[in-house]
Design a protein around this ligand. Structure first.
Ligand SMILES: C[S@@+](CC[C@H](N)C(=O)[O-])C[C@H]1O[C@@H](n2cnc3c(N)ncnc32)[C@H](O)[C@@H]1O
Length: 268
């Protein structure tokens, strides 16, 4: 089955309008500058990382499974006179026009794909890196959200949280409409290590609700040692497991860990 993400329509618009900045940008950039170009930003979304890299003159391509996200990324790039190579592809079928010294994946791994596809994605990253090239991939740990972590237990099983009607969640977009986004956990399967989330995106014009979209997203939950084994299985040497998009070893307090994995220079 094709991976099903929720980054379409109003959700994609929200990303393009409001999601900018963050410590991830400089963190991943240092690897591209140090470990080499060209680089590929997998799951580039609307270009939160990619656009600053292009502005800085780095040679970076972008790909994403969502045509809506890629279209908005292209639009934003063109507005600045930039013409990046962008393509729509699920990462487990990655087939880029060239090979890379560095591949970065920020916030995009295991969203809507199944376990076999996640393993395939790691194989694809390996295949499309040059020998000695580096993969930098982040992962939110399964215990990052304390409410979600409770759902790993058989008890208590709670009903999904009700949608909120709190108007303070609305934000004004550049076209004058207002947007609000909220998400909730629907289910968690600890055996399969999968969580099902639901998102509701709404849009108002002059105070009147003009659009409402609901999407679900089934995400794979991976523990750190498990991902290390998966990367090794794909042929990578895991050279570092960093914490929270900082160049230091991850600790148990980190919500995000980042895997720095190298494709060996000579493959036996
Ligand atoms: C949380 S956003 C992160 C976007 C961007 N990397 C950033 O940090 O701003 C996740 C992105 O992953 C993309 N995505 C989800 N599943 C994917 C897949 N199987 N292959 C490629 N992209 C995927 C979504 O479409 C979305 O743009």
């Amino acid at each position: 089955m094709a991976p099903q993400t929720w980054h379409y329509g109003l959700v994609a618009k929200w990303w393009a309008e409001f999601l900018e900045g963050g410590p991830e940008i400089d963190y991943f950039r240092r690897f591209i500058e140090r470990d080499g170009q060209p680089a590929l930003d997998v799951a580039c979304g609307t270009g939160r990382l990619l656009l600053p890299y292009l502005r800085a003159g780095l040679d970076v391509d972008g790909c994403d499974v969502s045509a809506d996200m890629v279209a908005l990324c292209r639009e934003r790039a063109e507005r600045e006179g930039l013409a990046p190579t962008l393509f729509v592809q699920p990462m487990h079928e990655l087939d880029p026009p060239r090979s890379y010294r560095t591949i970065v994946v920020c916030g995009g791994f295991a969203l809507g794909s199944d376990r076999a596809q996640d393993l395939q994605a790691l194989d694809r990253f390996y295949e499309h890196l040059e020998p000695g090239g580096t993969l930098v991939l982040d992962n939110e740990v399964p215990y990052a959200d304390s409410q979600q972590w409770q759902r790993w237990l058989r008890e208590p099983r709670t009903e999904p949280r009700a949608w909120s009607d709190d108007d303070r969640e609305r934000r004004r977009a550049s076209d004058g409409t207002e947007l609000a986004l909220q998400s909730r956990l629907l289910a968690l399967d600890p055996l399969e290590q999968r969580a099902t989330l639901e998102i509701r995106a709404r849009q108002w014009r002059d105070g009147e609700l003009i659009a409402e979209e609901d999407h679900t997203l089934d995400i794979g939950l991976y523990f750190t040692n498990e991902l290390v084994l998966m990367l090794e299985r794909a042929g990578f040497d895991v050279v570092a497991v960093n914490g929270a998009h900082e160049e230091r070893a991850a600790t148990a307090d980190d919500d995000f860990v980042v895997f720095v994995a190298r494709k060996p220079v000579s493959v036996a």
